[in-house]
Design a protein. Structure first.
Length: 213
């Protein structure tokens, strides 16, 4: 068995045997080393690199968030939506003015709004909704707080049941007209009537007397 037999030279057969033997030694050595590395936990560099490059499953966003099924999120109502709108029959409106004032002087007026209903409600109390008018004895319109107020946005106000709000209005003792023209005259001495409203809700008339110093 150790002496090659064949038509080729003996050295050819010896080379083949050497190559086959070398391959067997490599296979046996590699298998043994792999088994030893598996038992000891020592992996080759290329195996560690392949493991690092392999994709790692990441938890999805939905798995991190709690389920919202059946959860009710409370809505925070806006001030205007916290109650119904105050209709005219849900509010009281009164006008307060001095009994007398000096010609050419100013007069402080107070428009008071009260929620007379048993429930909260909202009402626009902006200058665009409120108005006080001065009339002479013949009923002629001499002045209005809306003439020179300018364009203003609505100012809804939330009223609690029974709540009172005072709106301050100043009159400078002169006449006015729509659009606030510049030729405003001093209202002369005499007896006058003040009328007030908030939207379509009106207040009781108030008498005002103007006199000289």
């Amino acid at each position: 068995m150790l002496h090659p037999v064949g038509p080729l030279p003996a050295r050819v057969y010896w080379r083949r045997r050497v190559l086959v033997g070398g391959l067997l030694v490599c296979l046996l050595g590699g298998g043994g080393w792999t088994g030893w590395a598996a038992r000891t936990g020592r992996l080759p560099l290329h195996a560690a690199t392949a493991s690092a490059r392999s994709p790692v499953a990441q938890p999805s966003l939905t798995s991190l968030l709690p389920s919202l099924a059946g959860v009710r999120v409370p809505l925070v109502p806006s001030p205007a939506a916290a109650g119904p709108l105050c209709t005219d029959d849900m509010i009281g409106l009164t006008l307060a003015a001095p009994l007398s004032a000096t010609v050419g002087g100013s007069a402080a007026l107070t428009l008071t709004v009260i929620d007379t209903s048993p429930v909260p409600c909202a009402r626009d109390v902006g200058t665009a909704a409120q108005e006080v008018v001065l009339l002479d004895a013949a009923g002629h319109r001499l002045w209005s707080s809306a003439d020179c107020a300018g364009a203003t946005a609505a100012a809804p106000r939330q009223f609690a049941a029974g709540q009172r709000v005072d709106l301050q209005i100043a009159w400078d003792g002169r006449t006015s007209a729509a659009g606030c023209p510049g030729d405003r005259a001093v209202v002369p001495a005499g007896s006058y009537v003040l009328k007030a409203r908030l939207g379509t809700r009106t207040a009781a008339d108030v008498a005002l007397t103007l006199g000289q110093l």
